[in-house]
Write a protein that binds this ligand. Structure first.
Ligand code: NDP
Length: 600
């Protein structure tokens, strides 16, 4: 069978399907998600915050709050803003970093940008009047916008920085959570919102010898500018005369490789799986156009992007970029059939797109062997697609060497460098662009111990996978909300999901406060119903991912009940948003169990 009957290149689809399987099998490992190690124990030094005053100290705080929000990234910020808008002002925000920003606080590596359009990614643009400078904003700009939101909504006064929430314990008699932190704080909170982020737990590869390397080495989310010199804009003068190794070619790797290549004497990029690198097409914002947008434009644009990228045909493609392009191909959305992740149309559209991606490698990279090694052989959406107009070009530089590990990964770290296929590559510095734990274990990723109504820990309650209502609430843990993508409707634009979730939970919390409810939690029936719906609706996605190359999106190729339960809501983001809106509209009259406030 060939793709001859379609526009585009003539492809032997059977041969390609065999190649996809072959490449996938090379990468399957028995240890799956267990192959990685966290930045703790003997790797704790990797977790040092390069941006925080190391000698920070303060007296422990003891106080009462209506709401404790854990995390000062966009999820926490949006939650606090929505609560403020509803007049809920007695809030405490706990944040590990020394400022707001979350992901954008921690990730300051050179070249960092958001891969989602800034006009739909950066929230509250209409309220703050902020105009992003480019279609795809730099990390530093997004970080500054987080700080701007915090200032505008007066959140700094309520925030304890460089503070880690450690344990939460529910007290049914007092209808409150006791929140304890690593700085000895005790906060009695009626409600707790955990917004600890999607990428808050960096991981190192499971290769022996990491601690033996004698030169500097760091994870991209803790970039060591003392060593490299410069900043996220580049100017990495400290790398002059240095041999640098980067491990990882995900979204982070492809962004930090070009600036490192520009300044290092020699860059060795250690690749396990090539990324798909599509056209970026960044450009400065058209300020006149931006100022002409009518009220309500941002949510309309977010909705247009989310609908289109979840397979719901739209009359107009407002964002109009490489991501949305795939979904608006004429034969991709007939009658909305593209919604089915396993449909033939979608399969073909993805194959054709990947072929274009491979052809792009050939058109840019001059050395044939390197070009071959840089070609991805998996379905376009098996991994988060990458976009760059300067990554592939670095392989034409004489000071850049691609060390292709043919799917096996780096073997070993020695005191002097990295070993692949028995050969040692001597290095002055190793940079780990090896990603983050993602939707595996809430307890590990958040670092929190949460003890609910029956003295049960959330870790035990979710031992075999999450059990929630709308991914946000769980029975036995009253007045506790989680913002993640687990069992939630996911948009490629995470901020759209976070926006909908923060509105839901702020509506619900203010509903409880106004009506003197002491606690709220899902009914057992509602939780079961949601979990079953999640399992049922995730079947198509799991079937698709089962044939994908291993990555954090498919539990590194492992199949388990836990993976199914820790997946996003397979019904898609639009029905999910509708569920949440319906709950607010109907005054939270179903699915939840309220208890009256007890007099203290
Ligand atoms: N919005 C944005 O612009 C950005 C978003 N992000 C988000 O963060 C997510 C994570 O991205 P990222 O930080 O790149 O992490 P990823 O998990 O996507 O990539 C990790 C990389 O490390 C490689 N790796 C792991 N172990 C080894 C090993 N033993 N030897 C060699 N290579 C190894 C992986 O190879 P393999 O592929 O074989 O597993 C992969 O290339 C993204 O998917 C995205 O959602 C990140 C950056 C920018």
């Amino acid at each position: 069978m060939t793709s001859h009957d379609h526009d585009g290149p003539d492809i032997d689809l059977d041969a390609l399907a065999r190649k996809y399987v072959e490449e996938r099998e090379k990468r399957l490992r028995a240890d799956g998600v267990g192959q990685y190690q966290s930045l703790s124990g003997k790797f704790a030094s990797f977790d040092t915050d390069p941006n925080a005053p190391p000698d920070f100290d303060r007296d422990p705080v003891r106080r009462q709050a209506d709401v404790v929000v854990i995390g000062g990234g966009y999820g926490g910020l949006l939650t606090a803003v929505q609560l403020r808008k509803r007049g809920v002002n007695n809030i405490v925000i706990l944040e590990k970093g020394a400022d707001f920003g979350g992901t954008w606080y921690w990730n300051r590596y050179p070249g960092i940008r958001c891969d989602v359009e800034s006009y739909i990614y950066m929230p509250l643009l209409e309220e703050t009047g902020y105009i992003p400078s480019e279609k795809y904003a730099r990390g530093a700009e997004i970080y500054e916008q987080c700080r701007l939101i915090a200032e505008k909504f007066d959140l700094y006064r309520d925030t304890l920085f460089q503070t880690l929430a450690e344990t939460l314990a529910w007290h049914e008699d007092r209808q409150c959570w006791d929140v304890a932190t690593n700085r000895g704080d005790t906060i009695e909170a009626r409600f707790v919102v955990s917004a600890t982020g999607l990428y808050s737990s960096p991981k190192l590869p499971g290769i022996p010898g990491i601690e033996q390397f004698e030169g500097p080495s760091f994870h991209t989310s803790r970039w060591n500018y003392d060593f490299t010199g410069g900043n996220a804009e580049g100017n990495l003068t400290g790398l002059a005369g240095k041999k640098v190794g980067i491990i990882g070619t995900g979204s982070t790797g492809i962004q930090c490789v070009p600036p490192v290549a520009e300044y290092a004497e020699q860059l060795y990029l250690f690749q396990r799986t090539p990324a798909s690198i599509d056209v970026r097409g960044n450009r400065p914002s058209d300020v006149e156009w931006f100022k002409s947008l009518p009220p309500g434009w941002q949510r309309e644009r977010m909705m247009n992007f989310t609908a289109l990228t979840s397979g719901v045909a739209q009359d107009e493609d407002m964002v109009n970029d490489s991501m949305t392009n795939l979904f608006r191909q004429p034969d991709a959305t007939p009658g909305g059939r593209f919604q089915d992740i396993n449909s033939e149309e979608r399969n073909k559209a993805e194959i054709l797109r990947m072929e274009t991606v491979r052809q792009r490698v050939d058109s840019i990279v001059k050395d044939r062997k390197t070009a071959e090694a840089l070609k991805p052989y998996f379905h376009y959406f098996c991994k988060r697609p990458g976009f760059s107009d300067n990554y592939l070009q670095v392989f034409n530089r004489p000071n850049v060497t691609l060390v292709d590990t043919a799917g096996k990964g780096v073997e070993r770290v020695t005191p002097r460098g990295l070993v692949v296929d028995g050969q040692e590559h001597e290095l002055d510095c190793i940079i780990y662009a090896t990603g983050f734990d993602f939707m595996t274990s809430y307890a590990r990723e958040s670092g929190l111990t949460v003890i609910g109504r029956e003295d049960t820990s959330l870790e035990a309650h979710w031992k075999h996978g999450a059990r929630t209502l709308f991914g946000m609430q769980t029975r036995g843990f009253p007045n506790f909300f989680v913002l993640t993508l687990v069992q939630a409707g996911v948009s490629f634009n995470y901020l759209h999901t976070a926006d909908a979730q923060s509105i839901y939970l702020a509506d619900l919390i203010s509903h409880c406060l106004e009506n003197n409810f002491g606690s709220v939690e899902p009914t057992a029936e509602a939780e079961d119903e949601w979990v079953n719906l999640c399992l049922e609706r995730s079947e198509a996605r799991l079937k698709f991912l089962a044939n994908c190359t291993p990555s954090y999106l498919n539990y590194e190729g492992q199949q388990s009940e836990e993976f199914a339960l820790n997946s996003p809501f397979g019904g898609g983001p639009l029905p999910y948003f509708e569920y949440l809106e319906e709950m607010s509209r109907e005054g939270f009259a179903s699915r939840l169990e309220f208890k009256a406030l007890v007099e203290s």
